[in-house]
Design a protein around this ligand. Structure first.
Ligand SMILES: *Cc1c(COP(=O)(O)O)cnc(C)c1O
Length: 379
C-alpha cells in the first residue's frame, strides 16, 4: 500500500464485536480470562491494550518497520532506548538537538554511567573522529532543532553499520510522510507523536519503530517493566490524527515554503533557516533524503537584538507564542528561553544557536494570513 492508504488503514480493523469502523477506546485496565492463562491475547493494560496495538501496527507500517512500540511521551520513548545501554557505553549525539533529549542524556543517564559525545553530524566526517571502541550508538535528529541542519542518514548509517553500532534517528521534525530513516539504513526510529503524528496539539505521546526482533523484544520488555505507557484515549487521538497526516504535511510544506520565501526577501531579516531554500547548505541532501522540506523554519532579524526579536514574538497574532510544534495551528517559539533553555548558554552559542533566533512551526492556515501576520509583527 502507498502512504496515504496506509495512514488511514494500516493496523486498523473494524471492531469484531460491533463492526465499529473506528478503533474503540478500550478504557480498561484488565481483561477477563476463561481459565488461568487462557485469554484473548490481553491480560493487563500496561502490557497490552487493543487501542494501543492498532496504533503501534499503524506506526510500524508508516515507517516501513516490523515493530511499533508506543510510550507516554517522546521522552519516555527516548528513556526506553537509552536503557538498552550499560555504564561505560558511549553514545555519539548530533549536537543540534531537542533540549529535553540533551537534558535526559546529560542529567539522567550520564549519572548512570553512559558517556555522551556531542558533535556536529551535519558534517559526517566528524563522526569518525568521535567513535571509540566503546561506542554503541549514534543518535541523530534531521532536520535538526532548531537550526534546521541536515544530517546524511545513509552516510552515517554506512559508517555505523560497518562497525556494528546502532543508529537511532529522531524523525519528529520530518514525520514518516517526508522521511523513512529505516529505509536509509537506520536501526531505530523515535518520534514525539505529540507533534506531527498527533497533529492537533491535544495529546503527548512517543513512539519507536524498528525492524530487529531482539531489540524490539527488549524495548517491549522495558515498556512493560518500567511502565511509561500511553492511555487508550491518547492512542485513539494519535490514530485519528494520522489519518490526515499526508494531507496536513503537504500543506505544512507549502505554507512553510511561502513563509520562508517571504522572510528571505524581508529587509529586516538577516537569516532564514529552511532546507527548502536553494542556498540552505543541506538543500541538496534534503532533496535526496526527504520527500518535501517540512513545516519548520527558523530566522534571525538584522541587528541581532533580543529586544527586536522579543517584540516580534509579542506582536504576532495568528501565530501563537508557545512551545511545541507540528499542530494544525502556527506556533512561534524562542528556543533560547523555551525549548532549549535546558542547554547551557555556552553550549548553545558553540552550536550557533543565538539568543535572537525565532523558530516557527508553520501550520495549515491560509498562507496569506500567516505572511500578513509576520509582516505586521516584524514591521
Ligand atoms: C518534542 C520533541 C521531543 C520530546 O517529545 P515529548 O513528546 O515532548 O516528550 C523529542 N524530540 C523532538 C525533536 C521533539 O520536538
Amino acid at each position: 500500500m502507498n502512504f496515504a492508504t496506509k495512514a488511514i488503514h494500516a493496523g486498523v480493523e473494524p471492531d469484531p464485536t460491533t463492526g465499529a469502523i473506528m478503533t474503540p477506546i478500550y478504557q480498561t485496565s484488565t481483561f477477563v480470562q476463561a481459565s488461568p492463562g487462557q485469554h484473548k491475547g490481553y491480560e493487563y493494560a500496561r502490557t497490552h491494550n487493543p487501542t494501543r496495538t492498532a496504533l503501534q501496527q499503524n506506526l510500524a507500517a508508516l515507517e516501513n518497520g516490523r515493530h511499533g512500540i508506543c510510550f507516554a511521551s517522546g521522552l519516555a520513548a527516548t528513556d526506553a532506548i537509552l536503557k538498552l545501554y550499560r555504564p561505560g557505553d558511549e553514545i555519539v549525539v548530533s549536537s543540534d538537538l531537542y533540549g529535553g533529549t540533551y537534558r535526559i542524556m546529560t542529567r539522567v543517564f550520564q549519572e548512570f554511567g553512559l558517556v555522551f559525545r556531542f558533535v556536529n553530524l551535519a558534517d559526517t566526517a566528524q563522526l569518525e573522529t568521535a567513535l571509540t571502541p566503546a561506542t554503541k550508538m549514534v543518535w541523530i535528529e534531521t532536520p535538526t532543532n532548531p537550526l534546521m541542519r541536515l544530517v546524511d542518514i545513509a552516510g552515517v548509517a554506512a559508517i555505523t553499520r560497518a562497525k556494528g553500532i546502532q543508529l537511532v534517528v529522531d524523525n519528529t521534525f520530518a514525520s514518516p510522510y517526508l522521511q523513512n530513516p529505516l529505509d536509509l539504513g537506520a536501526d531505530i526510529v523515535v518520534h514525539s507523536a505529540t507533534k506531527y503524528l498527533g497533529g492537533h496539539s491535544d495529546t503527548v505521546m512517543g513512539a519507536i519503530v524498528l525492524n530487529d526482533d531482539d531489540t524490539a523484544q527488549r524495548l517491549a520488555f522495558i515498556q512493560n517493566a518500567c511502565g511509561a505507557v500511553p492511555g487508550p484515549q491518547d492512542c485513539f487521538l494519535v490514530l485519528r490524527g494520522i489519518k490526515t497526516l499526508h494531507v496536513r504535511m503537504q500543506r505544512h510544506c507549502e505554507n512553510a515554503m511561502a513563509v520562508a520565501q517571504y522572510l528571505k526577501q524581508h529587509p529586516k531579516v538577516a537569516h532564514v533557516y529552511y532546507p527548502g531554500l536553494p542556498d540552505h547548505p543541506g538543500h541538496e541532501l534534503a532533496q535526496r533524503q526527504m520527500r518535501g522540506f517540512g513545516g519548520m523554519l527558523s530566522f534571525e532579524l538584522t541587528g541581532d537584538s533580543l529586544a527586536d526579536a522579543t517584540q516580534v514574538m509579542e506582536r504576532i497574532q495568528v501565530f501563537s507564542l508557545a512551545e511545541s510544534l507540528g499542530g494544525v495551528e502556527s506556533l512561534c517559539t524562542h528556543p533560547a528561553s523555551m525549548t532549549h533553555a535546558s542547554i547551557p548558554k555556552e553550549e548553545r552559542a558553540k552550536n550557533g544557536l543565538r539568543d535572537t533566533l525565532i523558530r516557527l512551526s508553520v501550520g495549515i492556515e491560509d498562507s496569506q494570513d500567516l505572511i500578513a501576520d509576520l509582516a505586521q509583527a516584524i514591521g
